[in-house]
Ligand binder design. Structure first.
Ligand SMILES: [Zn+2]
Length: 108
């Protein structure tokens, strides 16, 4: 799906597609911590993806991630959380701009 937006200064085309892409990464470590309240006891549980990696994640596909609300002196509950890896790209033009014909004008 391609969407075209028009602004006063120019035009922007945005291409959006529904897709899923498997990352060929056995261990994907991310600086992200997922927090979830245990549905049984309400205690907050977390999973640090910088240590507890995702294995062969698929972008755009919900996956079940195991959690436990462990505490040293109490029995913990185990539960699942649905999470999906999404990707965004930010693009900004940078650097010097050379216009076509600029060099020819300098030679004249
Ligand atoms: Zn619990």
């Amino acid at each position: 799906m391609t969407e075209k937006y028009e602004f006063e200064e120019g035009q922007v085309w945005v291409t959006r597609q529904e897709w899923q892409a498997e990352l060929d990464v056995k261990r994907l470590y991310l600086p992200i911590t997922i927090l979830a309240d245990c549905p049984k006891c309400g205690r907050e549980a977390s999973r640090d993806l910088s240590e507890d990696y995702l294995s062969y994640p698929v972008i755009g596909q919900e996956e079940s991630i195991g959690f436990d609300c462990s505490s040293e002196d109490e029995e913990c509950c185990e539960f699942e959380v649905l999470a999906s890896l999404e990707v965004s790209i930010k693009a900004v033009a940078y650097g010097d701009v050379t216009e076509y014909g600029e060099h020819y004008d300098d030679d004249v």
